[in-house]
Unconditional design. Structure first.
Length: 267
């Protein structure tokens, strides 16, 4: 299948999925427990069904992974679609307008295309490996902010149940990092949707992103990490991958050293 066909389809899929979520944002939501663990709303489950059907019709030989579930039919293909139909499920279920639809295409394990759609703000991020990153069709790049005291930082907050910075006992260290960031930067914010946060760094809205949650799934960030990298961001792995979970820092390159020093001083 030509890359052009995949490129056109993934953008269309991302746009249509975002519209579906936006149209159902204020509808009744029934939250159910998944068989594989975790929770999902009826809207998310229906969107997963729609996406699966669309992909089976358009690319029947391709594999599909729904984040948090097992691989679907065609998983032996060199081409794999990675879909997180609703990143920010808890936000969505509580009518908090910060959530996203995430989809990536991988070829032989390498992410080739990525789309993140934040429906409520009408922001559709797209990247193709080696071709740059785009926001609503316009090329986007990271900020040029080099002064830490003027920087806006997006932080994924630590979770008591997570393994922050590689250890279940590092909750206090993570809080110390946040304390330093609050004192030494212009602004620290969190929206609890990591992939979207990485895209905001790609768009220059934030100057750096750091994940202290201990709960981020690698597959869920396949698209956003490609988008950030193609926008010129520096991706730093804070800990080795552990059971499919990762912790990363994403910077505009100019702040990497200063951010590393803050993490090192508190770990």
């Amino acid at each position: 299948m030509e890359k052009t066909d995949i490129r056109n389809f993934i953008i269309q899929l991302g746009a249509e999925a975002g519209e579906y979520l936006r149209n159902h944002f204020y509808t009744f939501k029934n939250t159910v427990q998944r068989e594989v663990g975790g929770f999902a709303s009826n809207v998310e489950l229906e969107l997963e069904t729609i996406v699966r059907r669309r992909l089976q019709q358009q690319f029947p030989s391709h594999g599909l992974v729904l984040v948090g579930q097992e691989k679907a039919a065609g998983s032996q293909s060199d081409w794999l679609w990675v879909v997180d139909a609703l990143d920010g499920s808890q936000h969505f279920s509580r009518s908090n307008p910060i959530y996203s639809f995430n989809v990536a295409v991988q070829h032989k394990g390498e992410t080739i295309f990525g789309v993140i759609n934040e429906p409520q703000t009408h922001q559709l991020f797209f990247a193709e490996i080696g071709q740059g990153a785009f926001l609503n069709g316009l090329k986007t790049v990271v900020s040029t902010q080099a002064d830490l005291d003027k920087a806006y930082i997006y932080v994924e907050l630590p979770e008591q149940s997570g393994s922050s910075l590689g250890s279940e006992n590092n909750f206090e260290q993570s809080i110390a990092i946040i304390n330093q960031l609050v004192q030494r930067t212009a602004q620290v914010e969190t929206f609890r949707v990591g992939a979207y946060g990485q895209c905001l760094v790609a768009a220059g809205c934030f100057d750096a992103y750091v994940d202290l949650s201990g709960s981020s799934q690698k597959l869920a960030q396949a698209a956003s990490l490609l988008i950030a990298r193609e926008a010129g961001a520096n991706i730093v792995e804070l800990t080795p991958e552990n059971n499919g979970k990762i912790q990363t820092m994403v910077t505009n390159n100019k702040l990497t050293k200063a951010m590393r020093e803050i993490l090192a001083d508190n770990c």
